[in-house]
Design a protein around this ligand. Structure first.
Ligand SMILES: [Zn+2]
Length: 408
């Protein structure tokens, strides 16, 4: 995939012509990313796109470019390469230190998650390493990862905190995300506070809970360090009632909400997320009929993370039931050091198609328009006038090739 990384931020209008296809997503936008048929992709053949550094200006057949654009800088794609909206990875745990490769080896040898955790591994080992790491070390690791995501066609990345589990360490991670915005001005980053990812082992849940709500959240708001607040509602983490308190505190401070919901057990956290107007509820491996119905009748996006189910060797989320009920479905990597060490969003598309029976239009929408909706971003996910010009030029003629390729 050709990164459009060297974009000149003060550029005048430019033009790409003879794209084999331009995946404008016009029909996907019209249908609000729901109940899509394969035929809804309707790409524009031999297309052209006029754009500047911020927005798409004109899209249409190459033969119909308006005369006023004849003199601008042109790149000819020779009908061999397609254009599609930049991919949006709407759920990652990008900022952390340390490696859990040893733990992976133990897992392959048959150790359970509980056994790994009781021997000092699991999330607590990442928490220790993240607390010990300097801001610069965390930033360096994050930069390396962003470059990997970019090479896969990702132009928008959500990044969660959640491996600090303590006031200063959580703020340090969120500041890394702010710094990424400076480092990669041609990409978009959305920052999410996930202090309620787990409970720190060295103190009581109550004292940490009070710190999150009364100390950390107000500082994040004041310093504008995050757009969203997220909480992991599940057995052994935060209860439905505790999750509701975190989300209510976030809402009061005008954060947008996200929920890690119904992953290990069904707690009806998806329905809670819908009720509270969350942008998305994520995971949903154990979602109930009631949760699916709640999502179908709401604006909350159902974000599915097939790489995690694949990596943990558990059943995938009921994507077809969600899609057929009319829910708006996104796919994301859930990149994290424990249960899915991958930033390969096209691989998640492959899993979505192969194991969750999603059609090409559903997979397309799930990683563009619907993922942008899951982040509250309105100008992304289509190559149409007025949308952001962070589209990608594919090294092949058709989008379907991206789904077809296995992990590359
Ligand atoms: Zn997650």
């Amino acid at each position: 995939m050709n990164p459009k990384g060297s974009i000149d931020l003060k550029s005048k209008p430019q033009c790409m012509i003879h794209a084999s296809f331009v995946y404008t997503a016009e029909k996907v936008v019209q249908k609000k990313g729901r109940l899509l048929r394969e035929s809804d992709l309707v790409p524009l053949k031999d297309g052209a796109v006029v754009y500047d550094s911020r927005r798409v200006i004109w899209v249409g057949p190459t033969s119909k470019i308006p005369k006023k654009y004849f003199k601008i800088k042109v790149l000819d794609l020779e009908n061999r390469r397609a254009i599609m909206p930049g991919l949006v990875d709407s759920h990652t745990h990008l900022v952390f230190a340390g490696s859990r490769s040893n733990e992976f080896a133990s897992r392959c040898a048959g150790a359970s998650y509980a056994e790994i955790a009781s021997s000092g591994g699991g999330i607590q080992s990442t928490v220790r390493a993240t607390r010990d790491a300097s801001f610069e070390e965390l930033l360096e690791g994050a930069i390396r990862r962003v470059k990997v995501a970019h090479a896969f066609g990702v132009r928008t990345l959500e990044c969660k905190s959640g491996y600090g589990l303590q006031h200063d360490a959580e703020l340090k991670c969120l500041r890394v995300v702010q710094s990424l915005k400076q480092q990669f001005p041609y990409m978009t980053f959305v920052s999410t506070y996930l202090g309620a990812h787990d409970v720190p082992r060295e103190r009581s849940k109550k004292s940490y809970f009070d710190e999150m709500i009364h100390r950390t959240l107000p500082v994040i708001r004041k310093q504008n360090l995050a757009e969203n607040v997220d909480v992991f509602i599940d057995d052994g983490y935060y209860s439905l009632g505790e999750g509701k308190k975190v989300l209510t505190a976030g809402k009061k401070l005008k954060f947008k909400l996200k929920v890690h919901a119904d992953e290990l057990t069904n707690t009806e956290a998806s329905a809670l997320g819908v009720k509270m107007g969350a942008l998305s509820v994520d995971h949903l491996l154990k979602i109930s009929r009631k949760g699916i119905q709640a999502l179908a009748n709401s604006r909350t996006v159902a974000t599915l993370l097939p790489g995690t189910a694949f990596s943990l060797k558990v059943d995938f989320a009921p994507a077809r039931a969600l899609l057929d009920s009319g829910a708006q479905v996104a796919l994301a990597t859930d990149f994290n050091p424990g249960s899915c060490y991958s930033l390969n969003l096209p691989f998640m598309m492959h899993l979505g198609a192969l194991y969750m029976k999603m059609n090409a239009a559903e997979v397309f929408a799930a990683t563009t328009l619907n993922a942008a909706t899951a982040l509250g971003l309105k100008n992304k996910g289509a190559v149409l006038p007025g949308y952001d010009s962070d589209f990608v030029v594919l090294p092949y003629a058709q989008f379907e090739e991206m789904i077809y390729r296995l992990a590359w």
